[in-house]
Design a protein around this ligand. Structure first.
Ligand code: C2E
Ligand code: MG
Ligand code: MG
Ligand code: MG
Length: 285
């Protein structure tokens, strides 16, 4: 009995493995043609200034319209695959280029020049051609580099060893800005904060979620704010969903906030409407 059951279990497990592998294989081959089939699109989530509650910047978030369908696949489902097979390099370049082109198109329509925050993953950051491709995109789109900020996680920064500082300096030297994403969730020594030309840190959603109920999370936010203030870094809180969280963050002196309380990531058309209305507001003032 035991033997038979064991074998069945094994076969079941084996089957599930095969299914997972087949799914993964299908996903990967669909992803391979996604760029050529123009199935990627960018959404833009407002980051607001907590002193005015006005738009400060837009974070660029990648989406995949798989097979041209109505459903959008989120980055958590496909970025790890792109990272693993290296496709993140061309896809990431497409993201940077498309985001810069979008800003220029909006400016051409008379909309406000809003800064963009673009995510860079570890493998992209480690790719030798990164700085050259950024320089090319700046030249070809004509975008003001100070409108472009790159978000890197602590983990991505730590993986590049001795070259990290050099690359960050090159990006910074072209006039673009750098921020630390998901701050507090990676392994880090904090020493990098003083060495790297970083201007901003983004407190991870994990510390914001239970801010109202958790004295520990409030202590963490207070400590991050104190650290940021003494190093002259600005702070963005991620994942702000309630007025209560927002009020607490403001009372801790957090300058910027991002989350569903203000807006979800918006398709380009809706982001443009938002820009148009913020131009109007500015005129009305
Ligand atoms: P991230 O850079 O930390 O982006 C913030 C994530 O939090 C986004 O998820 C956003 O939609 C979500 N979010 C924002 N406000 C709220 C909120 O109030 N509540 C909750 N529950 N979530 C909120 P998304 O778009 O699924 O992106 C996930 C991650 O994928 C990003 O995390 C980033 O690491 C990565 N990613 C997205 N776009 C790109 C890209 O173009 N290139 C690279 N390399 N990575 C990207
Ligand atoms: Mg980010
Ligand atoms: Mg983040
Ligand atoms: Mg994240």
């Amino acid at each position: 009995h035991a033997k038979a059951a064991g074998r069945n279990n094994y076969q079941f497990f084996d089957q599930r493995l095969n299914q997972a592998a087949a799914r993964r294989f299908e996903l990967e081959s669909n992803l391979r043609s996604a760029l050529a089939h123009k199935e990627f699109e960018l959404h833009y989530q407002p980051i607001i200034d907590t002193t005015t509650r006005r738009l400060h910047a837009l974070e660029v978030l990648l989406r995949w319209r798989k097979g041209g369908s109505d459903t959008l696949v989120g980055p958590d489902e496909f970025i790890p695959i792109l990272e693993e097979n290296g496709m993140i390099v061309p896809v990431g370049e497409w993201v940077i280029r498309t985001a810069c082109e979008q800003i220029m198109a909006w400016q051409g329509q008379g909309l406000a020049a809003v800064p963009l925050a673009i995510n860079l993953s570890a493998r992209q950051f480690m790719h030798d051609g990164l700085v050259d491709s950024m320089r090319r995109i700046l030249g070809e789109t004509g975008i003001d580099p100070s409108l472009v900020e790159f978000e890197l996680t602590e983990t991505a920064l730590m993986q590049h060893g001795g070259r990290t500082l050099e690359i960050l300096r090159q990006i910074n030297g072209m006039g673009m800005r750098l921020s630390i994403d998901d701050f507090g969730t990676g392994y880090s020594s904090l020493a990098y904060l003083k060495r790297f030309p970083v201007r901003k840190i983004k407190i991870d959603r994990a510390f914001v979620r239970e801010l109202e109920a958790s004295a520990e999370d409030r202590a963490i936010v207070a400590a991050v704010m104190a650290l940021a203030n003494s190093l002259q870094l600005s702070v963005v809180a991620e994942g702000v969903e309630t007025e209560g969280q927002y009020a607490l963050l403001r009372s801790h002196g957090c300058q910027f906030a991002q989350g569903y309380l203000f807006a979800r990531p918006l398709p380009a058309g809706e982001a443009a409407q938002l820009l148009a209305s913020s131009v109007l507001e500015a005129i009305e003032r």
